[in-house]
Write a new protein. Sequence first.
Length: 245
Amino acid sequence: MLIRAALAAWRQVFSRPFRRILVLSLALAVALLALVCFGITRLLDAYHQGHPLSVDYPFLDALAFILAGDGLFIALAYLLPAVSALVAGYFLDDAAEIVEHTDFPSDPPGEPLPVGRALLYGLRFAGLSLLVNLAALTLIFIPVVNIIAFFAANAYLLGREYFELAAGRFRPMPEAARMRTEHRPTVLAAGALIAALVLVPFVNLLTPLFGVALMVHVHKRLSRGSYALRLRDRAANPAVLPHGH
């Protein structure tokens, strides 16, 4: 089920209906990353002017030395999930609506989240992602462990947040959270696919649209499975249902 959903989501990312959103999301992601890069370089300049490399702050000095070189791109990779969260929150409803219309035309469409609530969830998503990945960044000097920590943290976080954003178009957020908990292994596996994409340079800029499209498919398939299970339970236990149901 998950592999079919991932293939369908990947196909959607490059489909004609997605083209405008793809261009806009890439432009927004690149602009945000450029802004973050500018901010980091300015902070590094200020740090070096105030604290020349010395033994006073060995960890900060080593981190600044790494970030001043190619390590800046590593830092941006750790910050990309937070940027992805902002982009996903902005384009969520447009992308989800296209997936629902093209791949599930016979199903009732979801309801867009109110603008204020969508911004709130997007900012919460970005904030959590930033905290988690900054924590993972502290392990940058421990080979293998840093990659595992980065992948595991983002598999959980991206799976949880993208699923709840997609499910929130069809059900209240508390119910979306309960559904995620009930199907935790599937949602975590879907999150792992999104986290794997984050590890691929340049291709990871497609993370927001792929994440939205994937979780729309996952939510739809899980919803149909739950509905079929309820129908089976009703047929097996008609006496437990109120009259007329």
